[in-house]
Design a protein around this ligand. Structure first.
Ligand code: AMP
Length: 379
């Protein structure tokens, strides 16, 4: 019997446990809170990610360790590596945790990025804003997610407000200033690399964010083959450079036909949730296959899929459950503003059918604004 240890017990760990059940896998989840939603499907160790006793118990009960949460301290990942196989490796994790390190690597690999500068002081910020121009975005280098830890600088007059908001973070987690990309579309590559180096990617996904949080994903993204090939080549190069094992996502901005890399997530990703029903092998199962050294599953998809995130509270399920291609995911979390509590995936055989299903869901759940940009892309 094989037990997979997962650091972090949120919805990603929960969906991983569900995907691993048919493979006969057992799971153990380490999380800081006892009511983490993966705990509804897997036994847990409750403790801090730096707690030696918790880590010791966790390591003694598992065969391999992986992550649902990328901000596990790199030292804890390193400590575990001495005791059990850990995938992805701590170097990949550390790189992806730091916006400056990852953008520097992208650039070294020839993957285009928005202009950026490391910021330690108010004077550096002043100078960098003058050089990069406005608008631009000041972000924390580490521990930011879903648009948190970011300040948009619209004009040079905003420098003081930006420093007041985030300056205190400079000494703690570091800061990075990025040029604002007036993109037309946001895309992501969700891909997997096996222990033997085999690389597979799912069809490119197009994403829509609201207030920095993913709202909807569409696959396959309606893009030209050349653009898709470039995106996949970037992801493959990145995985190779980091000797990456498991699933990851590369988030890209598309501006005037050019791709610019925003960030990578060293884990299964929200923009890949549609793969559960929309492709031959889900990102969750392929992640497990990769970390366990099993053959990777086919990433081909059948038809078209759209995922809608439910943020804050779950809507009524019936409208989605009535759809032939409707799939409901309730993460078993209590409602809270801004919290990802579930999602729905709609799958259809044609773009037209998918657009019609989205229109029905948008009307029934009063989510017209959420589905509108996806429908516009489909018709
Ligand atoms: P992030 O946390 O870096 O993924 O940012 C969350 C969202 O903010 C992205 O998905 C974009 O919609 C937006 N965003 C982040 N960085 C930039 C940028 N340099 N230019 C334009 N929009 C951005």
């Amino acid at each position: 019997m094989t037990t997979v240890g997962i650091l972090g017990g949120g919805q990603l760990a929960r969906m991983m446990a569900l995907a691993g059940a048919p493979l006969g896998l057992r799971f153990l989840v380490l999380d800081t809170v006892a009511d983490a939603c993966a705990g509804q499907f897997a036994p847990m160790v409750v403790g801090d990610y730096t707690d030696q006793d918790a880590l010791q118990e966790f390591a003694s009960r598992i065969d391999v360790a992986t992550f649902d949460f990328e901000n596990v301290p790199a030292e804890s990942a390193q400590w575990l590596t001495a005791r059990v196989p850990v995938f992805p490796n701590p170097r990949a994790l550390a790189t992806a945790q730091d916006r400056l390190a990852e953008k520097t690597l992208f650039r070294e690999l020839g993957i285009p990025v928005p202009p950026f500068a490391a910021i330690d002081t108010r004077e550096q910020l002043q100078a960098a804003v003058a050089e990069l121009g406005t608008p631009c975005i000041l972000k924390t280098r580490r521990l930011g997610y879903d648009g948190k830890g970011q300040f948009r600088i619209k004009s040079p007059g905003d420098v003081d407000a930006a420093w007041d908001a985030l300056g205190a973070q400079a000494a703690k987690v570091g800061l990075i200033l990025e040029g604002f990309v007036a993109f037309q579309r946001e895309l992501s590559v969700v891909a997997v690399r096996g222990r033997d180096g085999e690389f597979r990617a799912w069809p490119l996904t197009e994403n829509w964010h609201v207030d920095g949080v993913l709202s909807a994903s569409l696959a396959p993204a309606p893009v030209e083959d050349a653009l898709r090939d470039t995106a996949l080549a970037h992801a493959s190069k990145l995985a190779e450079a980091l000797d990456y094992v498991g699933v990851f996502a590369l988030e890209l901005f598309c501006r005037d036909g050019e791709l610019l890399a925003n960030e990578m997530a060293p884990r299964v990703h929200n923009s890949g949730h549609w793969t559960i029903e929309g492709s031959e092998t889900s990102q969750f199962q392929n992640h497990l296959r990769a970390v366990l050294g099993m053959p990777l599953g086919d990433t081909r998809m059948v038809g078209h899929a759209c995922m809608l995130n439910w943020i804050g509270a779950m809507p009524d399920a019936d409208a989605v459950l009535r759809e032939a291609g409707g799939h409901w995911h309730d993460y078993g979390k209590s409602p809270r503003a801004g919290r990802k509590v579930g999602h729905a995936t709609l799958r259809a055989n044609s773009r037209q059918e998918l657009a019609e299903a989205l229109r029905r869901i948008g009307d029934a759940l009063e989510r017209g604004a959420q589905v509108a940009p996806v429908i516009e892309r489909l018709v």
